[in-house]
Design a protein around this ligand. Structure first.
Ligand SMILES: Cc1ncc(COP(=O)(O)O)c(C=O)c1O
Length: 455
């Protein structure tokens, strides 16, 4: 089948306001060229994030009505807990209002000055939460991940030798090992089941627990099914269970692979860690059976977890990104290969070689996509990762622009429009200019920094 078959019908629609280029030039100036400061009503296709932007199903909306808002012991919590444990069999499931709250609770307990937390690649909030405790976040992804042209099937894999060396040298500083599936900051690339098991073996040999950042676990499991030898005939749900059976805990943002608009959780097997986490939870989020969420949110997550492992959905999901990737490649736009699970990542440093990394080529491309087509994308490069804890700045490993696909929201004609906008930007690429930052906060600067075009 050539047509991408969206395996759903549309029951509720949201109009999209079409803006002109002149309007958008003015909106950009007023937003100090930071796309996070643009009002969503002024965006035509919003690919800023796949987080919390999913279209909920009729079943999820029905479940919302079943939400029970009891302060303690809500049946909605128990439905949520059993949906999580059906896929991720951890002993304690602690709901949080989103993924970073789970990270903040975990690292407030196990982080601290002198500690080190290795991962394949920490996402920015994970890194931020680790560093906020004075600990060091260490990325140990395989070398192929740094080569956008490499078609390695599991570019999210951890470099086993480097992990082993780090644990040999500094085990006493490491409270836990983490692995992010799929590897968002590294291009949405998957991690193989074999790699997760190998990482777990090494961690356990050194007496360290393995935690999975499981935000996009279903997309990761789909890639395992499609690409890993011996996995093709297995159900996605079985693969998911195997991935998590190797680990001792997880953090999760339900805003991704649970089709929810809000929510997350921390899950652990260790009783003492769970008790400490619940104490923090009560201080910062809420009682352990709602943890910063309404009962109705817990219901939406429980249903979303059943729907996300549907293989027809996962096929459509991944095919949409491949389709966009193929069209951009045909236009000569360099992208990270293979195309990721939740997004297409454009290599802005290669696309705009005349803009040096410290003038943020990713920001320049993201701004151009908005100006020429009202498309909002996200810089994942020197703006996001270039500010070091001591306040100095260095180019990130890569300057990427992420075109993140909200789940079940856009159709193939929206994808075709995106490709048309790229055609225009390709024609104008020589005219695009870099940016300088004129104001920034000390952490997570990409959300609020103010920019000015370089003359
Ligand atoms: C891999 C990864 N981990 C953690 C998070 C944080 O989750 P949240 O946005 O729900 O706080 C994200 C969000 O984008 C993510 O992609």
């Amino acid at each position: 089948m050539k047509t991408i078959f969206e395996p759903f019908r549309i029951k509720v629609v949201e109009p999209i306001r079409l803006t002109t280029r002149e309007e958008r030039v003015d909106l950009l100036r007023r937003a100090h060229w930071n796309l996070f400061a643009i009002h969503a009503d002024d965006v035509i296709i919003d690919l800023l994030t796949d987080s919390g932007t999913s279209a909920m199903s009729a079943e999820q909306w029905a479940a919302v009505m079943r939400g029970d808002e009891s302060y303690a012991g809500s049946p909605s919590y128990y439905r949520f807990e059993s949906a999580v444990r059906e896929l991720m069999p951890f002993k304690h499931v602690i709901p949080t209002h989103q993924g970073r709250a789970a990270e903040a609770i975990l690292f407030s307990i196990v982080g601290g000055p002198g500690r080190m937390v290795p991962s394949n690649t920490h996402f920015d909030t994970t890194r931020g939460n680790i560093e906020a405790t004075g600990a060091q976040a260490v990325d140990l992804v395989i070398a192929e991940a740094h080569d956008p042209a490499s078609t390695h099937p599991f570019k999210g894999n951890m470099d086993i030798a480097r992990l082993e060396a780090l644990l040999e040298a500094s085990a006493e500083r490491v409270p836990l090992v983490m692995i992010t599936i799929t590897n968002n900051a590294g291009g949405g690339q998957p991690v193989s089941l074999e790699n997760v098991r190998a990482v777990a073996d090494i961690a356990h040999r050194h007496g360290k627990p393995l935690f999975i950042d499981g935000c996009r676990f279903a997309e990761n499991a789909w890639f395992v099914k499609c690409r890993e030898p011996g996995q093709a005939s297995r159900a996605v749900t079985e693969i998911v269970r195997d991935l998590f059976a190797a680990a001792d805990g997880m953090t999760m943002s339900a805003k991704k692979d649970a089709f929810a608009n809000i929510g997350g959780w921390l899950a652990v097997n260790d009783d003492a860690l769970a008790a400490a986490a619940r104490n923090r939870l009560i201080l910062t989020e809420g009682f352990p059976t709602y943890g910063g969420l309404a009962g109705r949110d817990l219901e939406a997550i429980a249903v979303g977890l059943h729907e996300i492992v549907d293989e027809q959905y996962l096929r459509y999901r991944v095919r949409t990104n491949e389709y966009i990737g193929e069209k951009l490649t045909a236009l000569g736009v360099p992208i990270v290969l293979p195309v990721g699970g939740h997004a297409v990542f454009v290599d802005a440093r290669r696309f705009l070689p005349h803009i040096p990394p410290l003038q943020y080529p990713g920001q320049a491309l993201a701004v151009a996509l908005y100006e020429y087509g009202g498309i909002r994308a996200c810089e994942i490069g020197t703006v996001m990762f270039g500010l070091r804890p001591d306040g100095t700045e260095a180019p990130a490993d890569a300057d990427l622009v992420r075109l993140a696909m909200p789940r079940r929201v856009y159709t193939q004609s929206h994808a075709d429009y995106l490709v048309e906008v790229f055609e225009e930007v390709v024609k104008r690429r020589g005219e695009l200019r870099g940016f300088r930052i004129v104001w920034q906060p000390p952490q997570l600067r990409h959300f609020t920094a103010r920019f000015e075009p370089v003359a």
